[in-house]
Design a protein around this ligand. Structure first.
Ligand code: C2E
Ligand code: CA
Ligand code: CA
Length: 542
């Protein structure tokens, strides 16, 4: 408040000059009144008006003397009181100005805090993070060290929000924020990017403070279940990391690449952690707009099914194929399922997608039947499509409307579908079995279910995950795993498919191991239906 004194004397000056102006008016009016009283008196005493008459009246009338003195008395008094009031008023104005100023400053600070912080968690927001990254880049470029940006996204948050409501969702986010705060160091910034997405700026990345060890700390922090409205929730998070200077020199690139890594971490079904590489670019969040287009794509028939044959080793014939979905996107070209299936799964669109796949596969089976080709088609069902209560009705509806036996259809499901809700899975699978539909366990060996658990289910086929099959010839352990799965499955009366057969050597080895069916690039990649017919006509394997 350096300008207090000048503004005070300025106020005094302004007020004083307006008081003075009024005093001069008063003085003029009083002088006029004196002149008028003197004139009237002169006329009444002398009978006419003259200067000598006026002089006499003034000399002889003491009442006029009082009148003469009044303007000066009032002028003096007015000036005195005026000055006092002027000082008082100026002091008052000044006080209020100071008060207003401090109010404005605290209001400015509050607005500043609100524009740079998230109001749910009170953590820095995107804007402030942007600033901090910029500063961190400047410092790091001078001192030549690496900084890391981690983007963290909660798994299954949408589900929680949808089922328990936004209020519960908000409370969970607050708890997550508190736990994450416990993990970050003083010099690191934890920010909320919006929704269930958080970011952590690691101002120095080195061997002791590596992104991976950081992620392990986060996982440990999230290990204890959360409690929201008396419900215990198990929540985990996926984390993607980009590094400066390796992955970008500016803030936007670093954020974008950390997000790409995060999406990849979420979709690759690995351990929920990924560091950016250019290979991951296909997981770009730009693709997220795909999800809004997917609904339309299903209706507009932009999806297509490719078919990959399963070679039957007993008769060296093709009587089965797997339907694998592709998306002919008008601008992105042909998209592979791993680019949109998980997104569909997360947004609930998977049910519509599965419905489309089932309908299209059954039309294909019928079309082939009309051409004299009997092919059992296997469709993949993700956990939420399998566990949707309307699934058996949908399948019954499609089969009966096309007058097709269920035995021409196989559903492939992963162990996760069963573990998620064993009782429901058991009930749904039994209803499918009753329709004659074959049930196949996909990617076997990667999950945690035991064969004993699977035995209770009406399963007829087991597909050994391609990761074991592909390395089988080089890796003795994989060979042992494949052999044991085949033997165990046979003991349980199940037929076995090996997927990922890429070489003749591998095919022969599996034949020796008594595997029932083979699927893999060695025979054919997944191909469109018309190509499949051509391929089928020229197929031979002895
Ligand atoms: P999956 O069910 O394990 O399908 C087999 C995948 O392995 C296919 O990838 C196929 O192209 C690939 N593959 C087959 N033979 C070989 C081989 O010899 N070597 C190698 N390296 N790979 C081989 P694709 O078509 O990209 O499908 C990936 C996954 O997407 C599928 O894995 C399945 O989980 C999912 N998916 C595909 N279509 C659908 C669908 O209609 N609905 C659902 N829910 N998921 C689908
Ligand atoms: Ca499959
Ligand atoms: Ca598989």
């Amino acid at each position: 408040m350096d300008n207090t004194a000048p503004s005070f004397s300025r106020n005094v000056h302004i007020l004083k000059s307006s008081v003075n102006k009024q005093a001069i008016y008063g003085l003029l009016i009083s002088v006029m009144a004196i002149i008028l009283a003197t004139l009237i008196n002169c006329y009444m005493v002398e009978g006419n008006i003259s200067l000598t008459g006026m002089y006499h009246v003034q000399q002889e009338q003491p009442a006029l003397w009082i009148l003469d003195a009044l303007p000066f008395i009032f002028l003096f008094w007015g000036q005195h009181v005026g000055s006092l009031l002027v000082y008082e008023a100026s002091a008052l104005i000044l006080d209020q100005t100071v008060e207003l100023h401090s109010l404005t400053t605290s209001l400015e600070q509050r607005v500043m805090h609100e524009t740079t912080h998230d109001n749910l968690t009170n953590l820095p927001n995107r804007l402030l993070l942007h600033d901090r990254i910029e500063q961190a880049i400047n410092t790091a470029s001078r001192h030549k060290y690496t900084i890391g940006l981690a983007i963290i996204d909660l798994d299954r948050f949408k589900e929680i929000n949808d089922t328990l409501g936004h209020f519960a969702g908000d409370r969970l986010l607050k708890q997550v924020a508190m736990r994450l705060l416990g993990v970050v160091r003083k010099d690191e910034t934890l920010a909320r990017m919006g929704g269930d997405e958080f970011a952590i700026l690691m101002t120095q990345v080195n061997d002791t403070n590596s992104p991976l060890s950081f992620y392990q700390r986060i996982r440990r922090a999230m290990d204890t279940p959360f409690t929201v409205e008396n419900i215990t929730l198990d929540v985990q998070a996926s984390m993607g990391v980009s590094l400066y200077p390796q992955h970008g020199n500016d803030v936007d690139t670093l954020i974008q690449r950390a997000e790409v890594a995060m999406y990849a971490a979420k979709q690759q079904k690995n351990n929920g952690y990924a560091i950016y590489t250019s290979k991951l670019d296909r997981y770009s969040p730009k693709r997220l707009t795909l999800i809004s287009e997917l609904k339309q794509a299903i209706q507009n028939d932009e999806l297509v099914l490719y078919y990959q044959p399963k070679v039957d080793l007993k008769n060296k014939k093709i009587s089965k194929a797997e339907a694998l979905v592709r998306w002919k996107h008008p601008t992105h070209g042909l998209l592979q399922p791993d680019e949109f299936i998980n997104l569909a799964e997360r947004t609930g669109l998977i049910i519509e997608l599965s419905h489309w796949v089932l309908k299209t596969s059954i039309q294909q089976i019928l079309h082939w039947q009309q051409k004299g080709l009997s092919i059992n088609v296997a469709v993949n069902l993700s956990p939420s499509s399998l566990l949707s209560p309307e699934l058996p009705e949908i399948i019954t509806g499609i089969l009966s409307s096309h007058n097709l036996r269920g035995s021409m259809l196989t559903v492939e499901l992963t162990e996760t579908s069963i573990i998620k809700d064993p009782e429901l899975a058991y009930e749904i699978l039994n209803r499918l079995k009753a329709l004659g539909v074959d049930i196949s366990i996909d990617d076997f060996g990667t999950g945690y279910s035991s064969l004993a658990q699977l035995r209770k289910l009406p399963v007829s086929e087991m597909k050994i995950d391609r990761s074991f099959v592909m390395d089988m010839l080089e890796n003795k352990d994989d060979e042992i795993i494949v052999k044991s799965i085949i033997d165990l499955a046979h003991n349980l009366g199940l037929s076995v498919v090996a997927e990922g057969v890429e070489t003749l050597g591998c095919a022969r080895k599996l034949e020796q191991m008594d595997c029932d069916l083979l699927q893999g690039y060695y025979f054919s990649r997944p191909i469109p239906a018309d190509k499949f017919e051509e391929w089928h006509a020229s197929f031979s394997f002895t």
